[in-house]
Design a protein around this ligand. Structure first.
Ligand code: HEC
Length: 243
């Protein structure tokens, strides 16, 4: 009984041992299989990153699918028709008295060449004196002129005026000689222009005069006065030789 028992028990333990060995072996096989399987489906680290990036870009393009392009944004374009505002235009009227930076131009004489005070009735006489012909224009150049300013005036004169009025101001520039002479560019050495106030020359350059176009867009205010300074020098240089 005992031996049987013992044998049976030894048999049983042997059996258990075998089972355990088998299960361990199987387990190892399973684990191996699993790792093999895992290896078959596993991706290398860098392709994981690629996949992530792909997903991200897909996500982004989905999101951007609903974006509005900048060129289509609802905005008011200056001077364009716009139903948003009652008056139907995209530009808003400026608040009354608005002045752009640097354009206050309170120095009326400097920026317009016109006298600050309105001319009195007595100055508007019927005399032929050139000054009274231009009663609104300032007499003198409203800035101090240095030698450098005079040089600048000469340079600007030669660039912008000499083509018609000539290098010495007799109105015989190359353009006049080639046909722009009905009427011909003024000769600065005539009494009327010798006596004309500085403001008159400023007026001519700013607004044009008869057949002469305006030079306001090409010549800044300060340069116009410098040109006038040079014009005065030209006139002085030809004093007594006027034709
Ligand atoms: C394209 C040719 C041309 C250029 C450049 C030109 N002028 Fe004239 N200018 C004329 C003509 C033409 C007249 C005569 C206009 C008329 O009598 O209808 C004239 C007239 C004048 C007069 C006389 C106005 C008067 O009271 O009779 C002055 C001053 C003058 N120009 C100054 C200038 C100055 C300063 C410049 C340079 C910034 C200049 N001009 C550039 C063609 C020109």
């Amino acid at each position: 009984m005992l031996s049987y028992k013992s044998s049976s028990s030894s048999q049983g333990s042997e059996f258990r041992l075998q089972a355990a060995v088998r299960s361990i072996a199987e387990g190892r096989v399973n684990a191996e299989l699993q790792t093999k399987r895992r290896r078959r489906f596993a991706l290398p680290a860098h392709s994981k990153l690629v996949l992530l990036l792909l997903l991200l870009t897909a996500h982004c393009s989905l999101l951007t699918g609903c974006r509005r392009d900048m060129q289509d944004q609802p905005k008011a374009i200056a001077y364009r028709e716009n139903s948003f505002f009652k008056d139907g235009t995209g530009s808003r009227p400026l608040v009354e008295g608005t002045v752009p930076r640097g354009y206050l131009r309170q120095e009326r004489e400097f920026y317009t060449g016109k006298k600050s005070a309105a001319p009195t009735a007595t100055t508007q006489s019927t005399s032929t004196n050139a000054t009274t012909l231009y009663p609104d224009d300032v007499e003198a150049i409203p800035m101090t002129i240095t030698k450098a300013d005079l040089d600048r005036g000469q340079e600007r004169y030669n660039i912008y005026c000499s083509a018609c009025h000539g290098m010495t101001g007799y109105g015989d520039g190359i353009v006049a000689r080639r046909g722009f002479n009905k009427p011909s560019p003024a000769n600065y050495h005539q009494d009327r222009l010798r006596q004309a106030p500085a403001g008159h020359f400023f007026d001519v350059m700013t607004n044009g005069w008869g057949a002469m176009p305006s030079y306001a867009s090409q010549i800044p205010v300060e340069d116009r006065w410098k040109i006038i300074a040079y014009l005065r020098a030209l006139q002085l240089s030809q004093q007594g030789q006027g034709r």
